[in-house]
Design a protein around this ligand. Structure first.
Ligand SMILES: Cc1cc2nc3c(=O)[nH]c(=O)nc-3n(C[C@H](O)[C@H](O)[C@H](O)COP(=O)(O)O)c2cc1C
Length: 182
């Protein structure tokens, strides 16, 4: 079952609007909250943006190339304070821990038949201003969510069309692991 979710989860860009209910948001937050974290610090914080006016205010703060996200019904702004999580021998864990909570959200959302696509292409300070996120926080990612579109929009480039049709390639497994020693 988990393997099915791994296969089903893809960062599609051809998305359509869908109603986002309070219950849906709650399910995603519960999934996020179950992630492990260093010393159980739970550094992750989320703003679920579903109000159309608020979404429209955020659109100009998306980077060029991310215009496909205008069709998202929900933006999940994921942020964390680096000081709120472990620093172990110089290793900062706030990004790692928040990333694990994001994966929980992604898989839960895919199980709910949503398309979820994390992005890093946005103007952090503009997002933070519009969403009222304090300066001390890092806006780690924005998850764009919607429903999978039946048709690829005419505005998509050939590269974008190919990315819809074919899964992103993965490195050969022998490039990413070894056993007992590197
Ligand atoms: C941290 C992060 C930042 C990303 N930023 C963008 C982005 O700005 N725009 C975009 O279209 N996709 C973005 N992606 C999606 C990746 O391109 C995608 O996850 C990758 O190609 C693998 O494809 P898959 O998610 O379909 O398996 C981002 C993904 C991650 C995890």
């Amino acid at each position: 079952m988990l393997n099915d979710l791994f296969e089903k989860r893809r960062s599609y860009r051809a998305i359509e609007k869908i109603d986002i209910t309070d219950d849906m948001i709650k399910e995603l937050v519960v999934a996020a909250s179950k992630a492990p974290s260093c010393y159980n610090n739970q550094p992750w914080r989320f703003v679920f943006v579903r109000d159309e006016e608020q979404l429209k205010k955020l659109h100009p703060a998306l980077s060029k190339g991310n215009e496909w996200a205008y069709n998202g019904s929900l933006f999940i702004a994921v942020y964390a304070d680096r000081k709120s999580d472990c620093l172990v021998a110089g290793r900062e864990y706030f990004l790692f821990d928040t990333g694990m909570s994001v994966m929980n959200i992604l898989l839960k959302a895919v199980e709910m038949d949503l398309v979820v696509h994390p992005i890093a292409g946005y103007d952090e300070s503009k997002f933070k201003e519009i969403l009222n996120i304090e300066d001390k926080y890092t806006l780690i990612t924005v998850i764009v969510a919607g429903k999978k579109a039946n048709q690829i929009p005419d505005s998509f480039t050939k590269e974008m069309i190919d990315m819809e049709k074919y899964p992103s390639p993965r490195k050969e497994l022998n490039e990413i692991y070894s056993i007992d020693k590197v």
